[in-house]
Design a protein around this ligand. Structure first.
Ligand code: C5P
Length: 236
């Protein structure tokens, strides 16, 4: 997986997304999440592909194994690059998700990478204990989810940069650690809890970073993207 930052297109319409993308001269690796996808449908993926953007389809699927498997089979036809499920759905659900993706990928095309969400980066340990009744330390829950994700044959996980090193120790260097919760110095934390800067994320062992509001909410998004990319690549 290439190391360029993944930009979260957390916008309500294709029109706003298209306008935002005009800020950039070259194609990006973009993340389409539920806000954009659920209001605009799969057509948006075709538009992004025509513009040569790479796509992380962040739908965080979580349902019974057969439903998730069939959904993945259908989504594979859009030639996305990366997609995810919730590890809380279990090993069987993740295995069927992978099977669906393999079945749905056209001959000669590359299978989208499949990762799982462990604990959302907006979840604090206190909240996890109180609301999910998971009574171990948060890092143990994240590690457990990473391990069952590996057991199911997936390519990696979404996690906070602060958990990347422990996951690497447990699941190996090749196992992807895709990390949201990224903020440039001086940016507001907003609803995230376990945040890091792009350079911290690199030093902590992230394989890729997902950046939303630090870029989409900046007065000059292209400049913010350059700052993120430079920091991420270790040039500042
Ligand atoms: O604006 P911000 O940089 O906080 O956006 C982070 C993006 O990453 C959002 O689109 C959010 O849905 C996504 N994400 C996350 N935590 C996860 C998985 C995905 O923040 N565990």
């Amino acid at each position: 997986m290439e190391q360029e930052p993944i930009v979260a297109l957390d916008f309500p319409t294709w029109e706003i997304s298209r306008k935002f993308l005009e800020n950039f001269e070259t194609p990006l690796f973009v993340k389409v999440g539920m806000e954009l996808y659920l209001q605009n449908g799969p057509l948006i993926l075709e538009e992004l592909k025509k513009m040569n953007h790479r796509i992380f389809l962040d739908l965080k699927l979580h349902d019974i194994p057969n439903t998730v498997g069939q959904a993945m089979k259908g989504l594979a036809q859009f030639e996305i690059d990366l997609i995810n499920v919730h590890a809380a759905g279990g090993v069987k659900m993740m295995e069927q998700a992978m099977e669906g993706l393999i079945q749905g990928t056209q001959a000669g095309k590359e299978r989208p990478k499949l990762i799982s969400v462990t604990q959302l980066t907006s979840t604090s340990e206190e909240q996890m204990k109180k609301e999910q009744l998971i009574l171990v330390p948060l890092v143990d829950s994240v590690l457990h989810y990473a391990e069952i994700t590996k057991e199911a044959g997936l390519d990696g996980v979404v996690c906070s940069p602060h958990e990347a090193a422990a996951i690497q120790d447990a699941c190996g260097r090749e196992f992807l650690k895709v990390t949201p919760g990224i903020r440039l110095k001086g940016d507001a934390v907003q609803d995230q809890n376990r945040i890091a800067s792009p350079s911290q994320a690199r030093l902590l062992g992230a394989s890729a970073i997902v950046v939303g509001r630090s870029i989409t909410g900046a007065a000059d998004p292209a400049e913010a993207y350059r700052r993120v990319k430079t920091e991420w690549e270790g040039q500042s």
